[in-house]
Write a protein that binds this ligand. Structure first.
Ligand code: CDT
Length: 320
């Protein structure tokens, strides 16, 4: 019997600073109801899906920073989403900022969770590739202070859920081949990725026009090269004056886009995903056991950065 999972993309339009979590959860519930009506087993929401994308601001007041973080999950504001998941029998992936208790202290993570059809959290992920910068950089039109506000996670794991092998990643992770390969080595069949991607990239504004292209390029390559489904979901549109890309899409192990959102607002798109479709790639072109040559890949884990340019000259890090 084929292993079919109906996966819905639960794209969000902007969340402004004044929007409450209760208002946002109502929007998430509306998307879940729509997804359910379309036959969804699972709905994928964006990264930091409960608040505005606060890393665009340099905030010094610790209490104000913490106001964007969740100290428990579920909590009073998000409980209705968990209740609805159980009532409808629709699982979900949700990104949020987490203030975790660790070793007697508090740690801030950019987090996602996977919730099953019974409303139970079955896996949690801490964003590994935390982008942006640590310090206030007033020359930018807006900040991208994720490095200041989030500690990086340190593992990509998979979980058995929805009849298959599921993995999670968050936003910038989708640009890195390592993300998909580490999940691929664990047999991943569906990678769920929420994102917030401003159209304007201050250190490389010449990339702005390519932002939607790079979004698909990364996720399509990751899907094909690891024989896995990939679901990428945006928080899109103009949030507090900053425009972010939409482009939410579902990609098959063939690398083909099989469903996509077309607006930059709250929108559901759905596809019927056959998890058994992964095997034809995992057993042929990307049969890792047969074809990978790990002895040639040592540098991947031995080195962090490039050490010499191709012409042998020392590589200089750019100013930004
Ligand atoms: N949220 C997130 O990771 N966004 C980054 C923006 C570019 S890095 C400043 C991304 O990779 O889409």
């Amino acid at each position: 019997m084929a292993r079919i999972v109906n996966v819905a993309l639960g794209q969000l339009g902007p969340i402004q600073r004044s929007d409450t979590r209760e208002q946002v959860v109502k929007r998430l519930c509306a998307l879940m109801r729509e997804a359910h009506a379309l036959g969804a087993d699972l709905i994928v929401y964006p990264e930091l899906a409960l608040t505005t994308f606060f890393p665009r601001w340099y905030i010094e007041d610790e209490a104000e920073i913490n106001s964007y973080f969740e100290t428990s999950m579920p909590n009073a504001a998000t409980q209705p989403l968990f209740d609805l998941a159980r009532e409808l029998g629709v699982g979900f992936y949700l990104g949020y900022a987490e203030l975790a208790q660790e070793g007697g202290g508090l740690v801030r993570y950019n987090t996602s969770i996977l919730v099953d059809k019974a409303g139970r959290i079955v896996d949690k992920y801490h964003k590994v590739h935390v982008p942006g910068h640590f310090e206030h950089e007033p020359w930018r039109r807006f900040q991208h202070l994720e490095k200041r506000y989030f500690k990086p996670g340190h593992r990509f794991g998979v979980v058995q859920a929805f009849g298959g092998v599921f993995g999670m990643a968050l936003c910038n992770d989708r640009r890195w081949a390592e993300t998909y390969r580490v999940l691929g080595l664990q047999g991943v069949e569906m990678v769920l990725i929420g994102y917030n991607t401003p159209v304007h990239n201050a250190p490389a504004p010449e990339h702005d026009d390519l932002s939607l292209f790079h979004n698909r390029l990364s996720m399509q390559a990751g899907a094909y090269q690891n024989g896995t489904w990939v679901a990428g979901v945006a928080k899109a549109g103009v949030e507090e004056g900053v425009d972010s890309i939409g482009g939410s899409c579902l990609i098959a192990p063939s690398g083909e886009v099989v469903a996509a959102c077309t607006t930059k607002g709250d929108e559901v798109a759905l596809a019927r995903c056959d998890l058994d479709f992964c095997a034809v790639y995992k057993k042929t072109t990307f049969n890792f056991d047969l074809h990978r040559q790990p002895r040639a890949y040592g540098m991947i884990v031995e080195r962090k950065g490039e050490t010499l340019a191709a012409d042998g000259s020392p590589w200089q890090a750019p100013a930004h």
